[in-house]
Ligand binder design. Sequence first.
Ligand SMILES: [Zn+2]
Length: 335
Amino acid sequence: MRQTYDLQKESLMSHPVPSAVPRSIPAPVRRGDPGFLGRPEMAEVADGVFAYVQPDGGWCLNNAGLIVSGHRAALVDTAATEARARALRTAVLSLTPTVPQVLINSHSHGDHTFGNFVFPEALVVGHERTRAEVTATGLHLTGLWPDVEWGALEIVPPALTFRDRLTLHIGDKVAEIMHLGIAHTTNDSVIWLPEERVLFTGDVVMNGVTPFCPMGSVAGSLDALAAMRALRPEIVVPGHGPVGRADLFDETEGYLRLLRSLARQGVAEGIDPVSLARQTDLGPYGRWLDAERLVPNLFRAYAEEQGEARGSHVDMGEMFRRMVEYHGGVPTCHA
Ligand SMILES: [Zn+2]
């Protein structure tokens, strides 16, 4: 971890750039590289702004972020297992003189929040429904993959909550934490650094990984994408997959629009979502990780097509079972 940072720092020192200009997108680790799945990378994407990327970005292999200014630091999200969260802590402490004082949760899902307890010094901040969901769902996610070594997890929900937005000052850096409506879940926040033009999207955007919105909304995800696009970020740190740029919005939008037209057709022709998924060729989106998410995504798209409210309650257990049926087994989780 330290090595990655030092190497990058050296090359940056020989090519100084103004601090407000985003520096670089780290080269993505390629699938098939030795140790690919077990090798998270911390990379500086702008002055004092880091992305922590856990390849390959599939189920429960999420990204985190770190914002450092002077002796102040804020963390964006954690990791799914105790071991992964502790590895994140080690990576963070190799970069900052102090432990992060603030930890922002982009949403309630366990891959982003289970590691909160590994940062007891930090005030955990999140949307008010993030707190409610973290508290209500507890360790439910661990039951979907009982073979994963989750470690001795303790649930720590956000202690400071907000409804619409919050401005966080980290030394001389400013982070706008914004709820852009129901999208990937009912409680997503994006973290926007206007000076550095870096956007942490949480799971509303992924890179090379299939979007997942059964708990949120297809229409809401499209609205959130429009709002994020309007920010004109130069660096986009997705919730899963490699760091990218604003074209990630276009790719995500393309998938969501396909989803919506499929659901329109499915509802009109009276085909159930699993059957429709079986006869669908996803084209380029079929190469994304976790393509089986088509089934739960279609369930949500169908519900919206039939007038169901965004983020309305769904039986996730049932949806997961239908996805497993379509996939021919429980999808692999490398957490
Ligand atoms: Zn998520």
